[in-house]
Design a protein around this ligand. Structure first.
Ligand SMILES: [Ca+2]
Ligand SMILES: [Ca+2]
Length: 257
């Protein structure tokens, strides 16, 4: 092991991470730089304090010497689960005799009250997910179509409908309003790229019920209100989109009323 490897991360600390499956705020980059004059194989080992888990436990790479020095990076994600105690945690990156600690603050889980978004960071599910996007992008709290590539999601079956995208709630809860954000940016307006025909469904006592819907939509933000039902899952079923290819969802929010 070379003794001349610099360890860096893209963040100094992860300041908020809720114990929910789709909270992706614990993502950051780990970069290694070979400051020496010899090509080397590097083994980075990633560990955490008790209760926190990681997307990977090690990273091995060939890191040639170079002028200027060559830097290679990989993504690491700290994950809090329902059993992770709130408070201060850390991720430790060890390369040979060197180590770097990243503080991670785990918060309380988001609530299920009347003002809370019941879908936020909860486990999403979909009929399919395209490889260019992430399943959790539609429940990550980000409604900005300008950050579509990172914060949106869509299906993998171009031109084939229906598609569905939904979320598992913490429990069977009253559900009376759904806010749906489809792709709508200056570059990709909803009238060209957004979802067009949508049914909103709630799973009530194990059965899917259609509680709201729209046909011929051309706007980015759809607000559906309906008499509250007690549901443990909520999904949107897309029957067509304005480009007749993909069902693009930037965010799905679920409220009691
Ligand atoms: Ca989003
Ligand atoms: Ca499809």
């Amino acid at each position: 092991m070379s003794g001349d490897i610099r360890i860096e991360t893209s963040v100094a600390a992860v300041s908020a991470l809720a114990p929910q499956p789709c909270d992706r705020r614990g993502r950051f980059q780990v970069a290694l730089t070979n400051l020496g004059d010899k090509d080397t194989f590097v083994d980075a080992v990633f560990t955490t304090s008790r209760g926190l888990t990681l997307s990977r436990e090690a990273w091995s790479t060939f890191l040639p010497a170079g002028d200027p020095p060559l830097q290679l990076a990989t993504e690491l994600r700290a994950i809090a689960t329902r059993t992770t105690p709130p408070g201060r945690h850390r991720v430790r990156i060890t390369v040979g005799g060197r180590q770097l600690d990243i503080p991670v603050t785990v918060t309380e889980a988001p609530g299920n009250g009347v003002d809370d978004n019941l879908a936020l960071y909860r486990q999403a599910f979909a009929s399919s997910t395209h490889a260019n996007v992430t399943l959790c992008g539609g429940v990550d709290g980000n409604t900005d179509s300008g950050q579509w590539g990172d914060s949106g999601t869509h299906d993998a079956t171009s031109g084939v409908f229906p598609d569905h995208y939904g979320v598992q709630l913490d429990a069977a809860l009253p559900v009376g309003r759904v806010e749906l954000y489809t792709l709508d940016s200056a570059k990709y307006p909803a009238a060209v790229m957004g979802v067009r025909d949508v049914d909103v469904q709630a799973r009530v006592a194990g059965e899917w019920q259609t509680v709201a819907g729209v046909r011929g939509n051309e706007v980015g933000h759809l607000s559906f209100t309906f008499p509250a039902v007690i549901a443990d899952q909520v999904r949107v079923v897309t029957l067509d989109s304005n480009d007749h290819k993909y069902s693009r969802i930037v965010e799905l929010e679920v409220y009691q009323r």
